[in-house]
Design a protein around this ligand. Structure first.
Ligand SMILES: Cc1cc2nc3c(=O)[nH]c(=O)nc-3n(C[C@H](O)[C@H](O)[C@H](O)COP(=O)(O)O)c2cc1C
Length: 160
């Protein structure tokens, strides 16, 4: 059983998460912050914007609206997010902290303005520890089409 869990404050990753869930016949769960990010919060050109301040602190864990993701009942968890400051947003770290992923396979996927999934994948491996199989993360362009996502699911063995 596959779960697609995603965070997507401006909708780009959400579109891909929805297609992935359809192609992989997976459950879909949105990681929602307790306090949603406003447009001002997401202004990476502003040193004092919420996201800038939060992302400078590697230990910061923003509160989530709930901890009801059905992680327990799924073996493979796709975790989707936009790249923020070359890595996963802090709320993804909140998500990883909140559940027990021991024995499960985690597959990161991301969208970005160009940065790859590499640094996020490495950090997520470190946070989850050795008992979790974190596969190399996938990066999808914002304009990726359904066929490409379908082919990726097939390649990853997620199409059944
Ligand atoms: C606070 C913030 C930081 C970002 N940092 C990066 C970055 O380091 N590298 C990059 O390529 N894109 C960066 N981006 C662009 C986003 O990754 C990109 O727009 C993403 O597709 C947005 O996904 P969403 O619509 O699901 O939120 C950043 C965006 C925001 C809001």
């Amino acid at each position: 059983m596959t779960l697609v869990a995603y965070f997507s404050p401006s909708g780009t990753t959400k579109r891909i998460a929805e297609i992935l869930a359809k192609e992989a016949d997976a459950s879909l769960y949105e990681i929602v912050p307790e306090t949603p990010y406003t447009t001002e919060d997401l202004d990476w050109n502003n040193d004092y914007a919420r996201s800038t301040v939060e992302m400078k602190d590697l230990d910061f864990r923003p509160a989530m609206a709930d901890t009801a993701a059905p992680v327990d009942t799924h073996d493979t968890i796709l975790v989707g997010f936009p790249i923020w400051w070359y890595r996963e947003p802090s709320i993804i770290d909140s998500f990883l902290d909140a559940y027990d992923f021991t024995g499960k396979t985690v597959i990161p996927f991301c969208t970005s303005g160009g940065s790859s999934a590499r640094d996020a994948t490495e950090r997520m491996r470190g946070l989850l520890g050795e008992g979790v199989n974190v596969l190399d993360g996938a990066h999808f362009p914002a304009s990726v089409d359904e066929d490409t996502i379908e082919n990726w699911c097939e390649k990853m063995g997620l199409d059944d």
